[in-house]
Design a protein around this ligand. Structure first.
Ligand code: FES
Ligand SMILES: [Fe+2]
Length: 417
């Protein structure tokens, strides 16, 4: 059982909190490159309960600073992009991307006061259409060269959406393969493929094993007469998951806290084989569900536009066919921060239990002054593990699913949705 103390430990990520300190050891997605075009407006941003401004200087470099001007606290997101930095509109102080104060035009000529002013600034790296930020102490580690961010632009897609709940409960949805047999049911699709297999066995066997990146989760559904439908998903420290994969590629769901009651749900998809122009894999229908402000069209305020008439004929939820409203309704419905002392975890929640225990252990490790797993320094950066993600394999029920991807003698049958 998760205690009140553990729940606080796992869910609070503001400055100085133990889990917040863990999160800050890793590069985290801060914004999409498209939010910050050259010459565009600075973006006010809240991350890990800190108010920040993200801007791109006139040379194209992204910078992430505390939002309040070091002079008398004006909001720098209204500032001017010019002269190698971001200039406050109140009295013209100018900051560069590293937080140095370059100018204080109201001070007497020859003043060196500006040299003694430094704003809090967090390093940024822009890769794969995403601006990542490092908000931790000391020298930043390497940004791991994950395949999903280094894939060519034509072979990946990124999106983000505002979620009205704590990051953890949303990420735990990724570690719970059983809800596929309920929450995401679309009746018309149940005659075939993955949807049919998920509907046919609603009580899969779930196994979880610890790995160097977090937890690997297997779900095994019986596929009569003599096969198993096996899915492999992964929890990756500290706040993302890899789901919905095949030999072609997979989907990353990354849940970045805004504060303890809101987060950005990033979805990064990539393909090793097919560009965006020639694979149905890219059409997730998400675009119709998310507005230009990265907010959901179906949301808590409009009860996700649930249409109860369609619950008889079309979907289990009455929330349309796109998975985003389904998952949002389920996880935001748990409350701003789920009270885990009230839950009753069953045999199907093994992935969630394993991920919590790994994260709790890592929190204690960081409290003891150690580097957490998956923080890469120097040459280690090239050693990002090859995380297997599959949701498309049927194998004979005589085969051990744990290592089936290593066993070339097994004739794997790909399941298409
Ligand atoms: S408050 Fe920003 S320059 Fe004065
Ligand atoms: Fe889901």
């Amino acid at each position: 059982m998760t205690t009140i103390e553990e729940n606080v430990l796992l869910t609070e990520t503001g400055p100085g909190t133990p889990c917040g300190e863990v999160m800050r050891c890793y590069w985290q997605p801060a914004a999409l490159s498209e939010e910050l075009p050259l010459g565009g407006a600075p973006v006010p941003l809240r991350l890990f309960s800190e108010d920040l401004v993200l801007f791109r200087d006139d040379q194209g470099r992204p910078g992430l600073l505390g939002i309040h001007c070091a002079h008398r606290g004006a909001d720098l997101s209204y500032g001017r992009i010019e002269d190698g930095g971001l200039r406050c509109i109140y009295h013209g102080w100018l900051y560069d991307v590293s937080g140095r104060c370059l100018e204080q035009p109201g001070e007497p000529a020859g003043s060196t006061f500006h040299e003694r002013v430094r704003k809090r600034a967090y390093p940024c790296r822009e890769v794969g259409g995403i601006i990542f930020a490092y908000m931790g102490p000391g020298e930043p580690p390497a940004l791991p060269p994950y395949e999903f961010i280094t894939a060519p632009e034509t072979h990946r897609s990124n999106s983000k959406v505002f979620q009205e709940c704590n990051y953890l409960q949303a990420n735990e949805g990724n570690l719970d393969p059983v809800h596929l047999s309920f929450l995401h049911r679309i009746f018309a699709r149940e005659t075939r493929g993955q949807q049919g297999l998920n509907a046919a066995d609603t009580a899969p066997t779930i196994e979880a094993e610890e790995t160097e990146w977090g937890v690997r989760i297997y779900s095994i559904r019986k596929a009569p007469p003599d096969q198993n439908y096996v899915r492999v998903t992964n929890y990756c420290l500290p706040n993302f998951s890899m789901v919905s994969g095949s030999a072609e590629g997979y989907t990353v769901n990354w849940h970045v806290p805004i504060d303890d009651e809101h987060h950005w749900y990033w979805q990064i998809r990539f393909s090793r084989l097919a560009s965006k122009d020639d694979s149905p894999r890219w059409n997730t229908g998400r675009r119709e569900e998310v507005g230009p402000d990265y907010r959901k069209v179906r949301n808590r305020a409009n009860r996700y536009r649930q249409d109860r008439a369609t619950m008889k004929t079309e979907t289990f939820t009455g929330l349309g066919r796109n998975f985003l409203p389904h998952d949002s309704c389920a996880t935001e419905g748990e409350g701003p921060v789920q009270d885990r002392t009230e839950e009753h975890l069953g045999a199907t929640d093994r992935g969630i239990m394993a991920a919590r225990s790994v994260l709790l252990r890592v929190i204690r490790q960081v409290q003891a002054g150690q580097d957490p797993p998956m923080v890469f320094r120097g040459a280690q950066a090239a050693e990002v593990p090859n995380v297997v993600v599959r949701n498309d394999v049927l194998i004979p029920n005589t085969v051990d699913w744990h290592n089936y991807w290593d066993d070339e003698s097994v004739d794997q049958e790909l399941v298409r949705a």
